[in-house]
Design a protein around this ligand. Structure first.
Ligand SMILES: C=C1C[C@]23C[C@@]1(O)CC[C@H]2[C@]1(C)CCC[C@@](C)(C(=O)O)[C@H]1[C@@H]3C(=O)O
Ligand code: AKG
Ligand code: FE2
Length: 386
């Protein structure tokens, strides 16, 4: 039975979300307090058709891509790897990556050291508070941004800009924002981002071969990138069946490389069912995002996923979101557009889609389709020629 990712029909405009011009929630997400609260504030309750409920999701066996096989140069192994990734991305856009070569200590340090920040008092964490319209900094479940269906999580996001000569996290970010005692944390996540950038560019080569375009086409497109590293911290919740750590969405970005700690929570919507993607030691979960779906002219799927929480222990994940340089025009290579495969999405630049998710539309499963409509209505403002 083919496993298919559901391509949702766009939410009609009249069901547009709460992001528009409504006061944000007044509730404060102070995790040391809320993790013991059995009376969950209403802002965190998700409607019946979206809440996870008490049932465990069946496990989804995500296709495994062995980077050692891809790197081997053995034409049979390379061809098999390309075929596997092509099949996975055409169906649901998720695959595991093993033998990636990223230092396992860097990964374990990256997850462990998150506690140094997230276990600080809220007043200290808010020194890095994310401002409306900005996609970096500290967000405590977006209480200042949305007024309902708040995610049960805290996040710390920062930019990683890979340019020809150098790559830099807004790395002094930690020292500048949090103080000298956090400079080492900036160095740690700089190393983490450098490793993610290298792996992400290699994966884009694999995707290019899977799609049958020049191997270097996408890796050159992303050579200079303006990506995001996001630390997700999900405190325990006394009523985990009523809320969500991260709501149902497709990533608006290009490619996500996710490192989960040992606590389950990630779920993917495939074949009309939520399926658990349980942590596999030393494996990244990689998924196609909306921007790469547009770049592949809809051939590779950006698939709906979410994160559930539990009532016992915190869950942590680190997501590296590959995003193109701001001047790159997201348009599929000519090999992927023809009479039987017309262009599905208008050309755009990543900053326009990012602005859309930050100021006009809460990313969900219909982001790209609604963005295309918004773009056409605002074409003069966001013309790719700009
Ligand atoms: C461009 C982005 C918006 C979100 C972070 C990201 O860098 C990539 C994923 C997006 C998100 C996680 C999708 C689910 C909804 C969201 C609001 C969240 O739960 O965090 C999204 C992020 C955002 O800050 O808008
Ligand atoms: O934490 C997870 O497992 C998934 C988080 C996610 O999907 C995201 O941050 O986009
Ligand atoms: Fe996601």
């Amino acid at each position: 039975m083919a496993i298919e990712c559901m391509i949702p029909t766009p939410t009609p405009n009249h069901e547009r979300q709460e992001i528009e011009n409504k006061p944000a929630a007044a509730v404060v997400f102070d995790s040391p307090v809320l993790r013991h609260e059995s009376n969950i504030p209403t802002e965190f309750l998700w409607p019946d058709h979206e809440k996870p409920g008490p049932y465990a999701a069946r496990e989804f066996q995500v296709p495994v891509i062995d980077m050692a096989a891809f790197r081997s140069g053995d034409p049979v192994a390379v061809a098999e790897t390309c075929k596997l990734v092509d099949e996975a991305c055409k169906k649901h856009g998720f695959f595991l990556v093993v033998n990636h070569g990223v230092d396992t200590e860097l990964l374990s340090d990256g997850v462990r050291e998150m506690d140094r920040y997230f276990e600080l008092p809220l007043s200290f964490k808010e020194k890095a508070l994310r401002k409306l319209g900005e996609h970096c900094g500290y967000a405590s479940s977006f209480t200042g941004r949305f007024n309902a269906k708040l995610p049960w999580k805290e996040t710390l996001s920062f930019r990683f800009s890979a340019e020809k000569e150098c790559s830099h996290v807004v790395g002094e970010y930690f020292e500048k924002t949090l103080g000298q005692e956090f400079a080492d944390l900036g160095e740690l996540y700089q190393k983490y981002c450098n490793a993610m950038n290298t792996l992400a560019l290699e994966i884009t080569e694999l995707l290019g071969m899977g799609l049958g375009v020049d191997r270097k086409h996408f890796s050159e497109f992303y050579q200079e990138n303006d990506s995001v590293l996001r630390l997700n911290y999900y405190p325990p919740c006394q009523k985990p069946e009523l809320t969500l750590g991260t709501g149902p969405h497709c990533d608006p970005t290009s490619l996500t490389i996710l490192h989960q700690d040992s606590v389950s929570g990630l779920q993917v919507f495939v074949d009309n069912e939520w399926r658990a993607v349980n942590p596999t030691p030393n494996a990244f979960v990689v998924n196609i995002g909306d921007t790469f779906m547009a770049l592949s002219n809809g051939l590779y799927k950006s698939c709906m996923h979410r994160a559930v929480v539990n009532n016992e222990i915190p869950r942590k994940s680190i997501a590296f979101f590959l995003c193109p340089h701001k001047d790159k025009v997201v348009t599929p290579p000519p090999e992927l557009v023809d009479a039987t495969h017309p262009k599905l999405y208008p050309d755009f630049k990543w900053p326009a889609l990012l602005e859309y998710t930050q100021l006009h539309y809460r990313s969900d499963t219909d982001t790209l389709l609604n963005f295309a409509t918004w773009l056409q209505q605002n074409q003069t403002l966001h013309a790719t020629q700009a």
